[in-house]
Design a protein around this ligand. Structure first.
Ligand code: GLA
Length: 375
């Protein structure tokens, strides 16, 4: 008997030793397979005191899973994704959860000029450049990662150095993206970048949310509020005209909550095929302020978005096509919604839009906070 209790005591002591660092860190890395070129990919798990859990992988600094409590404390994974790297490399992947750039959203004809130099980028979306290019955009490369302690809690920091000329962009760009999960159920994403030569930078996270859980049939019943009096109207290829138009009197007006489905039919026959619009968020940008609120009446889950960016692209998953995702779930058209905080599309060709040009003596900074609650 005695030796058993001594053993139990020693085991408990050993457990304490093992648990102390684990509880203090709360960011654990595991292998997540490899890319088709054989580069190993890791996945980091962040967990907070409420059981909320985020998993983020080094390919594309991509949010793969986000488990959030509903009004009864039941967890569901509220973002679209895949079970393995092959899924992310396949044509089923439409930028699910990734860090998007160097320039997120569209650049008209993939062309821009800086000083007297003209640049030409890959054209991968009709006549335009989309989300940083074709082969080496930020969603497709494998980032370095390490866990970190920040003022807001423990997290994981991803680093990637994009060489001068990668995807046609000038300057060597050194980027860090830090994900932190706080005990207030906020997933905070902080971006920083430095460049060796003047270059456009516009980063975002491209998570697709369904607050009933990924694979739920539709997001049309979610109630949305967007803190924006204006949006940027576009041409037929979704390139802004340069105008800032009032949302008032249009199906884009989310200043008061509306379900996503309530007026979407009025947009089906437009080039956006639903919501795929950039909003001009009210109040000066530079510091995080209220951007949007998304509520799922079924589960009671609420997502509140705050951002330091001037704009947010609302995209209602119009191009989802029923592809298979995590856990064998099917992702039907409009079964998820993206709220991509960013500078306005094609800013590099629009002198009146806030600039996206980063100069070598500056630091690019952005904060996006996805805060979850339930009611
Ligand atoms: C963005 C664009 C959409 C679409 C998706 C990816 O949100 O605005 O038009 O290209 O990415 O499918």
């Amino acid at each position: 008997m005695k030796s058993l209790s001594v053993f139990a005591g020693t085991a408990a002591w050993l457990m304490t030793l093992l648990l102390i660092p684990a509880a203090g860190l709360r960011a654990a890395a595991e292998p997540f397979g490899e890319t088709s070129e054989g580069t190993p990919v890791s996945i980091y798990t962040l967990e907070n005191d409420n059981g909320m859990r985020a998993r983020i992988m080094t390919r594309g600094a991509t949010l793969v899973e986000l488990h959030v409590p509903d009004r009864d404390g039941e967890l569901a994974d509220v973002v679209l994704g895949f079970d393995d790297v092959a899924g992310y490399e396949s044509e089923r992947n439409q930028y699910f959860g990734c860090t998007t750039g160097r320039v997120a959203n569209r650049i008209a004809e993939g062309k821009f000029a800086l000083g007297d130099k003209e640049y030409s980028l890959a054209v991968n979306n009709g006549p335009n450049h989309l989300h940083g290019g074709r082969d080496r955009s930020l969603d497709k490369v494998v980032w370095d990662a390490a866990d970190v302690q920040t003022d807001n809690g423990p997290g994981v920091r991803f680093k990637y150095t994009s060489p001068d000329g990668e995807e046609g962009y000038p300057g060597e760009l050194r980027i860090t993206v830090t994900y932190v999960l706080t005990d207030e159920n906020e997933l905070r994403i902080a971006y920083r970048a430095k460049t060796s030569a003047s270059t456009p930078v516009n980063l975002t996270n491209h998570s697709y949310f369904n607050l009933s859980g990924h694979g739920s049939e539709s997001v049309l019943g979610h109630e949305l509020t967007i803190n924006a009096d204006h949006y940027t109207p576009t041409d037929d290829a979704l390139i802004p005209t340069g105008e800032l138009a009032p949302v008032e009197g249009t199906p884009l007006d989310f200043r008061e909550p509306h379900t996503i489905g309530e007026r979407i039919d009025q947009l089906v026959d437009t080039p956006a095929m639903g919501y795929d619009h950039n909003y001009v968020i009210n109040e000066p940008f530079g510091r995080p302020r209220f951007c949007a609120r998304l509520k799922d009446p079924q589960s009671g889950r609420v997502l509140t978005v705050r951002t330091s960016e001037p704009g947010v692209q609302l995209y209602s998953g119009n191009f989802l096509f029923g592809q298979k995702g995590k856990d064998g779930k099917t992702y039907a058209q409009r079964s998820a919604v993206c709220l991509e905080t960013q500078h306005f599309p094609d800013s590099v060709n629009q002198p009146d839009f806030p600039t996206v040009i980063l100069h070598p003596d500056e630091t690019y900074r952005q904060v996006c906070i996805y805060a979850f609650s339930a009611e």
